[in-house]
Design a protein around this ligand. Structure first.
Ligand code: NAD
Length: 450
């Protein structure tokens, strides 16, 4: 009954702020700082600015801007918060009432346990022997103490000193009663198959068996069990208690229930679950391989880890490829390359140092590992750190000398490499692989790749 005119939102005045310009400029600065390199947040602030200038556009922008800007794949390098799980009905499992076993308390296991405990999930953490268990336990407790300190006043900290909530053990028999296992042992197919075979014999029939492998074939791991429909990849990113992305990889036999449960786990952990297909490296690492490969090629040609990292961090990546590799552990990729026969004892005699299967190959990451430089965990990698496990990266004169000797050995002439070349070579490698992943249907849409 009421006339439309006064109800039109477009006609409503926008209340003026005392100093609109300064307010918006400060907001833009804040957004740029927080979401470095991401286009969408900045454009949203600019869209809001328009609404002050042209109030009738207020409605248009508030409704259309988010829709429009979400459709900027590959340009908006921020991760979307939305989880997609196509053609699957979610199962609503109360994760706080289940018990979960984390196998392996290395770099990843520690972060995974921390993440689970923070989500109030009962956890049993299992290691191969007491020495590894004690080191892992100490590291987990430290992480949890830090997390508890970060929690807001009044919030209830997880009860991680209670063995009924978090138990550390080397007793494989304790996994009889768990509902879900997350395996995070060394990246080695033979070891993973041995463990999954054991798990399928010992765990109760309904238990879901998840692997945190970075790249290995989920179907092959599942083939070692009597329940391949309950085997699934849950690929956490390092550090697992911080990074929000969780890749969920289904194999040929993985059941929809297993996928839905893994998605529900992502939700319980406040992570962004993305369901992807099974291929070497899945989506995240498969894209990372050519990106990091370009970065090491740039070192061969005359650049430095600091220069490459700086360009990519200035562009908007939270961390450049070399600092990232040091954080994740250089030995992880080294083990994987050894398994693939790209380096180590399995490499056929007479293989050229800088070529594999007819393609250019850079052995620098392998050489660093041969020198015991595994990144932060050993105190030296592409950078040097204050101690093993230290986090402050500083340029390492040893590495610079090593690079220059390496170039001399291989007769590589260095040249000046500018910022644009660094940016384009690394980014284009990333983008091209993203398109290949889409073309093969490993990811079902660009939003999953982003
Ligand atoms: N480091 C990363 O950035 C990263 C990221 C994502 C996924 N991953 C994957 O996660 C897995 C673990 O990687 P990580 O970096 O934590 O390795 P890591 O070497 O730091 O830790 C592996 C742990 O597994 C334990 N372990 C080995 N055999 C065991 C057994 N039989 N029973 C119980 N524990 C055993 C070891 O004692 C060790 O503590 C690998 O598959 C890796 O590819 C690693």
């Amino acid at each position: 009954g009421a006339p439309l005119g006064p109800r039109r939102i477009s006609r409503r005045p926008v209340p003026a702020l005392p100093d609109t310009e300064a307010f918006l400029a400060a907001a833009l600065q804040r957004v740029r700082r927080r979401a470095r390199g991401c286009l969408a947040p900045e454009l949203c602030v600019q869209a809001s600015e328009f609404t002050f200038l042209f109030p009738s556009l207020q409605y248009l922008f508030s409704v259309c801007a988010p829709i429009f800007f979400q459709r900027l794949p590959l340009f908006n390098l921020g991760i979307q918060r939305k989880c997609y799980c196509q053609e699957i009905n979610f199962l609503f499992i109360a994760f706080d009432s289940i018990s979960l076993l984390s196998l392996g308390l290395g770099t990843m296991g520690r972060g995974i346990v921390t993440s689970l405990v923070k989500a109030n999930i009962r956890v049993v953490a299992l290691e191969q022997n007491l020495e590894y268990l004690n080191t892992g336990k100490k590291a987990v407790m430290l992480l949890l103490e830090r997390e508890a300190m970060k929690m807001q006043k009044g919030a209830q900290a997880p009860d991680f000193h209670n063995p009924a909530r978090l138990q550390f053990t080397v007793d494989f028999d304790l996994l009889r009663d768990v509902d879900l296992v997350i395996e995070a042992v060394f990246e080695n197919m033979a070891l993973k198959k041995e463990i999954f075979h054991k798990l399928s014999r010992v765990c109760k029939p309904g238990a879901l068996l998840c692997t945190n492998t970075s790249a290995l074939n989920i179907d092959e791991i599942a083939s070692a069990t009597s329940r391949p429909q309950q085997v699934i990849g849950t690929h956490f990113f390092s550090p697992a208690h911080v990074m929000r992305l969780l890749e969920i990889i289904y194999g040929r036999h993985t059941s929809p229930t297993a996928i839905a449960t893994a998605m529900q786990l992502a939700k319980a952990l406040d992570k962004v679950g993305v369901v992807v297909g099974n291929c070497f490296g899945f989506v995240g690492n498969r894209m990372m391989f050519p990106y990091v490969q370009q970065a090491v090629f740039l070192l061969e040609e005359g650049s430095t880890p600091e220069a490459v990292d700086r360009v990519l961090e200035d562009f908007g990546f939270k961390i450049g490829p070399f600092r990232m590799s040091d954080l994740a552990g250089l030995d992880v990729g080294w083990r994987s390359r050894q398994e693939q026969g790209l380096t180590g004892p399995a490499l056929p005699a007479g293989t050229p140092a800088r070529q594999r299967h007819g393609q250019r190959y850079c052995p620098l990451p392998d050489l660093l590992c041969e020198h015991g430089r595994f990144g932060q965990k050993s105190g030296q990698g592409w950078y040097q750190y204050e101690k093993a496990g230290g986090r402050t990266a500083t340029p390492d004169p040893w590495l610079h000398k090593f690079l220059s000797q390496y170039r001399d050995t291989h007769g590589i002439k260095t040249r000046r490499i500018d910022q644009e070349e660094i940016l384009e070579r690394c980014l284009f490698a990333l983008i091209n692989e993203g398109f290949a992943i889409l073309a093969e249907g490993i990811a079902s849409g660009p939003e999953h790749v982003d």
